[in-house]
Design a protein around this ligand. Structure first.
Ligand code: MBD
Ligand code: FE
Length: 300
C-alpha cells in the first residue's frame, strides 16, 4: 500500500496486515522525513523477524546487546558506531551520501569517520610532526623509526585550483595498534594534528606509515565478530577530515598498499582510489618514507 498523508487519518482497513496497521498509526503531524523513512523501516524489521522466526529470547538478547553498546559509548569510544561498522552500515551510508552530494568525479572519494575521531586536535605548523614524545623508552620505538614518514600534498578544487587556508585534520593509530585514547601509555592527542594549507594549497607533516590493527575486541561488537567467526583487523590507515570555507568537508582515509588486509577490511571501508604507495626517502633524519597525496574538495 502506498503511504500518503491522507490515508493516515482513515481507519485502517479491516484486512490490513499487522505491519500496515503499525505504519498507519503515524499521526497527521508526524515529522516529514520520518513519514518517508519509518514505513520502510517497520516493513523491513517485520519482514526480518518473520523471515528468521525471531523468538522472544533472541529479541531480548538483541535489546540487551544494543543497550550494552550504548552504555559503552561516549566521546572516547563509540561502540554503537563500531557495531554499525562491522555490519557495513557506516560504509553504505557514506557511499549513499557521497553519491547524492558529489558533483564531480574528480573529487576525492570519502571514507567513514570511524569511532576514534576527536575534535580539537592541535593546530600545528606545516612541517611539524604528529608523533609526540617518541623516545627509545617507548616499546615500539624501532618500528616508529622504521615507519617514519613525511606526508605532503595539496588541497584542490575539482578544476585543480589550490585552496589556501584549508584545514587538514589527521589521525592514526600507534604502532601498537591503539589510538591514543585507548592507551594510557600515550600522551594526549598523540598521532593527531590539524594543518592549514599555504598559498599553494600545500600541507606538510611528519607521521608514521600505518599498521594493521584489530578494532576493539573487548566489547559487544568484538563479541559479535567472534560469534560470526570473523577476524577484527583493519588495514593500516590514516584518517583525514579536510575542510575549507565554501567546500564540502571531506572525511576520508588513506590505506598503505603494503597491507594484506586491504582486501579484507573488518569494516568494509577500503576504496581503490584511497590506496597509496609510500616511497623510500633519502637524507631526512625524520622520515624513512614519503607520501604525496592531493585532496580534491567539492563545492558546497
Ligand atoms: C577504526 O580505527 C576505524 O577507523 C573504523 C572505521 C572502525 C573501527 C576502528
Ligand atoms: Fe581508524
Amino acid at each position: 500500500m502506498a503511504f500518503t498523508t491522507n490515508s493516515i487519518s482513515k481507519k485502517p482497513p479491516q484486512d490490513a496486515t499487522f505491519t500496515d496497521r503499525v505504519i498507519a498509526a503515524t499521526g497527521p503531524n508526524a515529522d516529514r522525513r520520518l513519514v518517508e523513512v519509518m514505513p520502510s523501516l517497520v516493513r523491513h524489521l517485520h519482514a526480518f523477524a518473520r523471515e528468521v522466526n525471531l523468538t522472544v529470547a533472541e529479541w531480548t538478547a538483541a535489546v540487551d546487546f544494543i543497550n550494552e553498546c550504548g552504555k559503552m559509548s561516549d566521546d572516547r569510544r563509540n561502540e554503537t558506531q563500531l557495531l554499525c561498522d562491522i555490519v557495513g552500515l557506516e560504509s553504505l551510508v557514506d557511499e549513499i551520501t557521497s553519491k547524492m552530494l558529489a558533483s564531480s568525479t574528480s573529487e576525492t572519494p570519502s571514507a567513514i569517520l570511524g569511532p576514534f575521531y576527536r575534535h580539537d586536535a592541535p593546530l600545528l605548523p606545516n612541517g611539524s610532526s604528529i608523533v609526540r614524545n617518541l623516545s627509545p623508552e617507548v616499546p615500539w620505538y624501532e618500528q616508529a623509526v622504521a615507519d617514519s614518514a613525511l606526508i605532503t600534498g595539496r588541497v584542490l578544487t575539482s578544476s585543480g585550483t589550490p585552496i589556501q587556508g584549508a584545514i587538514v585534520d589527521v589521525w592514526h593509530a600507534a604502532p601498537n595498534g591503539l589510538y591514543e585514547q585507548q592507551d594510557e601509555s600515550q600522551p594526549d592527542m598523540n598521532f593527531r594534528g590539524r594543518f592549514e594549507t599555504d598559498a599553494e594549497g600545500c600541507y606538510t607533516f611528519y607521521a608514521l606509515r600505518p599498521v594493521p590493527y584489530p578494532i576493539p575486541n573487548d566489547g559487544p561488537a568484538g563479541r559479535l565478530l567472534g560469534l560470526l567467526d570473523r577476524h577484527p583487523y583493519r588495514p593500516g590507515h590514516i584518517h583525514f577530515v579536510v575542510s575549507a570555507p565554501g567546500f564540502r568537508a571531506l572525511t576520508t582515509q588513506l590505506y598503505d598498499d603494503r597491507d594484506e588486509y586491504i582486501s579484507k577490511d573488518a569494516v568494509f571501508a577500503v576504496k581503490n582510489e584511497l590506496v597509496v604507495k609510500f616511497s623510500p626517502r633519502e637524507g631526512d633524519p625524520n622520515a624513512r618514507w614519503s607520501l604525496k597525496y592531493d585532496f580534491v574538495l567539492g563545492r558546497g
